[in-house]
Design a protein around this ligand. Structure first.
Ligand code: GLA
Length: 388
């Protein structure tokens, strides 16, 4: 029993009573994407890994026809009647678990009455997939409790659908996939078109991965995200009038002439340039890591950020300050925003001996420039969603 288990278990019994029936514990990580940003919904490559912090869920079946949900991160209990068709509750965190329970129901796997207690140590809204983590912890728990034996890939797709339908975020598949399929000390090389994947050992030698949280309050992230997605769809439509394509990732850097030739809207053209070049950078970066060329990997991370800043326009002053100032510090191999952007976090690779200086100096510069305080995490790379 780990420390979370005993602590959560006490809270569970305090909330729900009946110490005679033990609840079961599940865990699902958060994720950090190393490179391959805004490529997933364009059928491209991504290269994320699961981190060693995430969401815990203690759950137990009951004979009542309702699902009781509590979270140590949000106040107030929520009771949801067991039905066949669930509806979102505006602005409630419970949309993530309920969205997944709804996906099970749509597959003909109704929920039982349940008592659930969630606790997460992923900073919420920081772009480290706290929502996918809640979805996937709910999915593995439902799979276990209902004995339905669903494969992880099916649950990943259900998590994505829950997010699309219940949270209104038209996300791709990367987050749920990374959270579901995470593997200790490995990153995942995922082709989001075919869903073929490979694990790549994350051997950084004398360097560390650092996540830096801007702590910028994100507003309208979902609508801006959905807008980027439609701009990419528009680019596909326009190009398809001349060369039929299903998604932008079917084009390579050699095809960028098509963008100049066919797309007149400069905004749509820039979005497509990002996706196509980012896909190229991602495959190059994965190869660089295989060849132990961390310097090249880092320089591709830097280029990825530049493209997200100028062509995809999803960075903003806070992320740019962390990245552009971070790059000037000693021992920084590569640094970029990670996740959807518009705030959230950066991911950096820094020489071990310079980590303390990086945290201190960048923290000071960031506060001086933005008035905000950044948080720094040194994550381990962990396994995916599972029963503990
Ligand atoms: C969010 C989405 C993902 C992906 C990233 C950007 O995290 O949930 O599907 O699109 O943004 O790469």
């Amino acid at each position: 029993m780990n420390v979370y288990h005993s602590f959560l278990r006490e809270e569970f019994f305090r909330l729900y009573g009946d110490r005679a029936t033990e609840p079961v514990l599940f865990f699902s990580p958060g994720r950090v994407n190393l490179i391959g940003e805004h490529t997933d919904y364009n059928g491209g490559y991504v290269f994320p890994c699961a981190v060693d912090f995430g969401t815990y869920l203690l759950v137990r079946r009951t004979d009542r026809a309702e699902i009781l949900m509590n979270s140590l991160n949000f106040s107030g209990a929520v009771a949801v009647p067991v039905v066949f068709n669930y509806l979102p509750i505006p602005k409630s965190w419970t949309n993530y678990p309920v969205g997944v329970i709804n996906e099970f129901a749509r597959k003909g796997i109704p929920a039982y009455g349940m008592e659930m207690l969630f606790y997460g140590d992923i900073p919420s809204g920081a772009g480290l997939s706290s929502s996918a983590s809640i979805e996937m912890v709910t999915a593995v728990a439902m799979n276990h409790l209902t004995g339905s034996g669903l494969e992880m890939i099916e649950m990943v797709k259900m998590g994505q659908k829950a997010e699309n339908g219940f949270a209104g975020m038209q996300c791709g598949i990367m987050d749920q996939f990374a959270v579901g399929f995470g593997k200790k000390d490995h990153a995942i090389n995922l082709n989001c078109d075919t869903l073929e994947y490979r694990y790549a050992p994350m051997n950084l030698g004398d360097r560390r991965l650092i996540i830096t949280n801007t702590n910028k309050i994100r507003r309208l992230t979902d609508s801006k995200y959905n807008e980027r997605r439609s701009e990419c769809e528009r680019a596909v439509e326009i190009i398809s009038d001349h060369h039929p394509i299903r998604n932008l990732s079917q084009l390579t850097v050699r095809d960028t002439w098509m963008l100049d030739e066919y797309i007149t809207d400069p905004v749509v053209r820039k979005r497509a340039v990002h996706v196509i070049t980012e896909n190229g950078r991602t495959t190059d970066a994965i190869e660089a890591l295989q060849n132990n060329d961390i310097e090249l990997f880092g320089s591709l991370m830097n280029k990825s950020h530049d493209s997200l800043c100028s062509d995809y326009e999803v960075t903003g002053a806070e992320l740019d300050t962390l990245v552009f100032e971070g790059r000037k510090l000693p021992g920084v191999i590569g640094t970029r925003m990670t996740g959807a952007g518009f705030g959230g976090c950066t991911v950096s690779i820094v020489d071990n001996e310079h980590v303390d200086n990086f945290i201190k100096r960048l923290g000071d510069i960031y506060t001086a420039r933005t008035g905000l305080t950044a948080d720094f995490y040194l994550p381990g790379i962990g396994d995916g969603a599972r029963r503990i």
